[in-house]
Design a protein around this ligand. Structure first.
Ligand SMILES: Cc1cc2nc3c(=O)[nH]c(=O)nc-3n(C[C@H](O)[C@H](O)[C@H](O)COP(=O)(O)OP(=O)(O)OC[C@H]3O[C@@H](n4cnc5c(N)ncnc54)[C@H](O)[C@@H]3O)c2cc1C
Length: 89
């Protein structure tokens, strides 16, 4: 309540109700494949293994598209560097 009122004002500290959402039970968010615990990052790759798709019109830069260290900051950096490489203003 303190945090909410700090952000949204005093009225936010007087809620009319509470609604809890367990996203793991939301079928568009989580499936049975999300349930087993993950012990290590999977081997990520760019979509379809390609660095650029649609002739470079779309470039994926997230860590989940890295060739190495996907899921880590290092993967995010290399994927970002790859995505901006050869970009012309
Ligand atoms: C709790 C935790 C601990 C971690 N610890 C480590 C660690 O110790 N070492 C390590 O190497 N890695 C760690 N990681 C992983 C690391 O944080 C991520 O791999 C890295 O931040 C991914 O970078 P990214 O740029 O690919 O994606 P993100 O950092 O997730 O950036 C994606 C951005 O896109 C924005 N976004 C999403 N959807 C939209 C949209 N529709 N429109 C506009 N913007 C959008 C998001 O707000 C976000 O700013 C940790 C992750 C977590 C969650």
């Amino acid at each position: 309540m303190e945090q909410l009122s700090g952000i949204y004002g005093h009225e936010a500290a007087q809620p009319e109700g509470f609604f809890y959402q367990d996203w793991t039970c939301e079928r568009f968010t989580a499936t049975e494949h999300d349930r087993p615990p993950m012990y290590e990052h999977p081997l990520y790759q760019p979509p379809a293994g390609k660095t650029f798709i649609w002739d470079g019109v779309i470039r994926f830069a997230g860590t989940e598209t890295a060739f190495e260290h996907g899921g880590y900051l290092e993967g995010a950096l290399s994927a970002a560097e790859r995505a901006v490489s050869n970009l012309h203003p």
